[in-house]
Design a protein around this ligand. Structure first.
Ligand SMILES: [Ca+2]
Length: 232
């Protein structure tokens, strides 16, 4: 673990004065410190939903669940598209997810994204680490129908944190293989059984400089066995 200094001071004590003096002066100049080289971090846009070749995959689980994912032009934070995730639990079901994978895996340090919904107050974030362990936490949305920014600084923590599969030890073993946003019926507002959530400007902060490149090749994979490629 690296320890960091918050403050420092020079202390001049009477006992430090020469020849039992009671008054003394010390001049300071050119104070320098040596620090370890800092790892540079880069921001990688991992979801702007602008490209027809899409990297996001719809998933879900539970009998009767219905979900839909489209690149939507009626709502967007930037560009001309957002990712619209629709969940319908009126006939049952546990959850609907919108996820993507990283290839190569991403040394993700922080995740931020914009979300807009009039239907949900809670969504879940799932991130799969290098061991296949899934780290899951709840994210509370502000009660607004406008776009709001969500930032996540730690993946093995948060409200109602859960971990399963892989190392299953609650420790984050980067880099990240996949991430997914999940909607559950309990996260919908006022007993609703269906709802729409728009995502845009999903950005990962990473130590991977090349991850900034739009030419980086992303590869789809199934988030879970029940995940289906288009519509549920
Ligand atoms: Ca967009």
């Amino acid at each position: 673990m690296a320890w960091v200094a918050q403050e420092f001071a020079f202390l001049l004590e009477k006992s430090g004065l020469n020849n039992s003096k009671v008054i003394g002066d010390v001049w300071f100049d050119d104070v320098t410190v040596t620090i370890p080289q800092q790892q540079p971090l880069w921001e990688a846009e991992i979801g702007n939903f602008e490209n027809a070749f899409d990297i996001w995959v719809l998933g879900g689980s539970g009998t009767g669940v219905k979900g839909d994912y489209v690149r939507d032009t009626t709502e967007f934070k930037s560009g001309a598209y957002s990712g619209k995730l629709s969940a319908d639990f009126s006939a049952g079901g546990n959850n609907v997810t919108l996820g993507r994978s990283f290839s190569p895996a991403m040394d993700m340090q922080k995740l931020e994204f914009w979300v807009k919904t009039a239907d949900a107050s809670v969504i879940l974030l799932l991130v799969k680490d290098s061991t296949g362990q899934v780290h899951q936490q709840k994210l509370f949305l502000s009660p607004t129908n406008d776009w709001q920014k969500i930032e996540v600084f730690q993946f093995n923590a948060g409200t109602s944190y859960l971990h399963y599969n892989g190392a299953n030890d609650g420790i984050w073993h980067g880099p990240a293989q996949e991430l997914a946003f999940m909607v559950e019926k309990s996260g919908l507002i006022g007993g609703k059984t269906s709802g729409d959530i728009y995502f845009d400007n999903v950005v990962a902060t990473s130590s991977c400089r090349t991850c900034r490149s739009s030419s980086l090749k992303w590869v789809m994979s199934s988030w879970q066995t029940s995940l289906q490629p288009s519509r549920l």
